[in-house]
Design a protein around this ligand. Sequence first.
Ligand SMILES: *[C@@H]1O[C@H](CO)[C@@H](O)[C@H](O)[C@H]1NC(C)=O
Ligand SMILES: *[C@@H]1O[C@H](CO)[C@@H](O)[C@H](O)[C@H]1NC(C)=O
Ligand SMILES: *[C@@H]1O[C@H](CO)[C@@H](O)[C@H](O)[C@H]1NC(C)=O
Length: 633
Amino acid sequence: MSSRHKMERDSIFVIGILLLSSFATISAADYMKYKDPKLPMKHRIKDLMSRMTLEEKIGQMTQIERSVASNDVMKKHFIGSVLSGGGSVPAKEASPETWVDMVNDFQKGALATRLGIPMIYGIDAVHGHNNVYKATIFPHNVGLGATRDPALVKKIGAATALEVRATGIPYAFAPCIAVCRDPRWGRCYESYSEDTKLVRAMTEVITGLQGDIPSNSPKGVPYVAGKDKVAACAKHYLGDGGTTKGINENNTVVSVSKLQSIHMPAYLDSIIKGVSTVMISYSSINGVKMHANRDLITGFLKNKLHFRGFVISDWEGIDRITSPPHANYTYSILSGVSAGIDMIMVPNNFKEFIDGLTYLVKNKFIPITRIDDAVYRILRVKFTIGLFENPLADYSMTKYLGSQEHRELAREAVRKSLVLLKNGASADAPLLPLPKKTKRILIAGTHADNLGYQCGGWTITWQGLSGNTNGGTTVLNAIRNTVDKTTKVEYHENPEAQYIKSQKFSYAVVVVGEPPYAETFGDNLNLTIPEPGPSIVNNVCSHVKCVVVLISGRPLVVQPYLNQIDALVAAWLPGSEGQGVADVLFGDYGFTGKLARTWFKTVDQLPMNVGDSHYDPLFPFGFGLTTKPLKNN
Ligand SMILES: *[C@@H]1O[C@H](CO)[C@@H](O)[C@H](O)[C@H]1NC(C)=O
Ligand SMILES: *[C@@H]1O[C@H](CO)[C@@H](O)[C@H](O)[C@H]1NC(C)=O
Ligand SMILES: *[C@@H]1O[C@H](CO)[C@@H](O)[C@H](O)[C@H]1NC(C)=O
């Protein structure tokens, strides 16, 4: 055959193929109803589900960690979701572009499956997009509770959504709506308040993360407004903040009426606001593990409250149904899925999970109707987010990560979160606001120049870090930025008494507190300020007029030092924008924050919450002295 003939023959062949394939496209389009954005969502979900095999359905229920995920794994196992655990990042100091590339790579694996169902990537963005290098770190929730400003918290939700989307991620495991009833719990800072009303008000953050739900939305249906919003997650259902002595993941002993009046109401608000997902608590209620609690998950959350989003487990949450964890994984899968959990944060041994659930369904221990309920809910959230239309992220939103506008918002939140507990010996002799122009001032303390300490746990890593590696302003630098150019600022973390006496400081600012921690590791039965904090306070405050700024995730024992301290400020875990602390110390703004928690005298009073019959606090819930802004300081 001549080459010309060959070309002709080939082109006829190609035309034939083209005709055939366009034909195929048209007829396939007829069948691929679920891909048509013009059709109502429920028809699309129904159509898609009618095409799905059991393997594909179970894949949707499987959430795996990014470290075990890959394009191939997504494709081969029909994985429905990937997450970053605390500190799990594509590379150290990864840029937002690197994040987008990673998420897209997983997504392309999911899209390459037979039905091309997009995966959903989730991450703990609990005070800003906290795992991500150079993200804006907002104050932890305990500080936001002190602002008493739900509108501000909504703006923080919106800013967080933009930063999360900047990295190509559409789903945040936030907010934590725990009502922490005992500050000995290491996660207490993730709770807005011990007071249910205040936590309820702060569910406004959901409308920031997801957008304002339209008033005609049917009850319980999840809502996400668009590409600049993310799916939210109300957690941890239920009673996480009520465990005995604040022991993490422990047992919440509670009557039905207290459970309903203290721990449940913020879930009602979240559902009304269209929250997309609910995460189950590791803890138990009256001895029943929440991950196996069918009455509260299926009976109450789904059937009674009409929650229509999906229920997700916590990390290895079903494993911990048994003691020791993972003692009988088949039993764990059976009881977790039967209780009504839709997506399992496996997150590592996904083959074991997939095999176990497949066995349980094939042998009719779990009815297919339960699987269909789970998959329907997961797909509904994916369609709601618009993942079928826009599965892949681009770099257009990377500019939002750590943007100046978001840092200003965080700084405002810091200002409003500060609670002034003491200000001078009496109201007639206040120490604050401090003068900007004076000869020489001393800044001291373990937390004065440490962004990692300022940010607390769930920052860059799960348990948090020490040091100034992530962008932001320490309290020390904030003070340097704020005082008059002629004021000499001396910084010594732990200065000698002799030195302090010799220097004739006008005043000192001592910044001490807790080191960073997160769950379990942060549980603490004594709640003392760790050394050398108390020694520094003692040393400095006995020689010079001092303001102590306490950086902590909860009230600590301060009564023994109160007489010595001239002014005391609870700054909670303010995050990256320490400038907000100096803004208020020096009177550019007044103190307005009010305690969102009761400040106890001694730990043996705990648990002690507002409204208790034996209420004898050092500073009551709602306490907070105020100052007026100073002009021309
Ligand atoms: C609660 O903590 C105690 C003490 O550590 C432990 O013995 C018990 O098993 C825990 N209970 C639950 C439900 O985790
Ligand atoms: C594990 O749980 C399954 C399901 O409840 C049960 O049938 C089995 O006997 C258990 N295995 C062990 C070793 O306890
Ligand atoms: C207080 O408890 C923490 C956490 O258990 C512990 O690390 C610390 O040593 C304790 N401090 C004192 C003074 O007992």
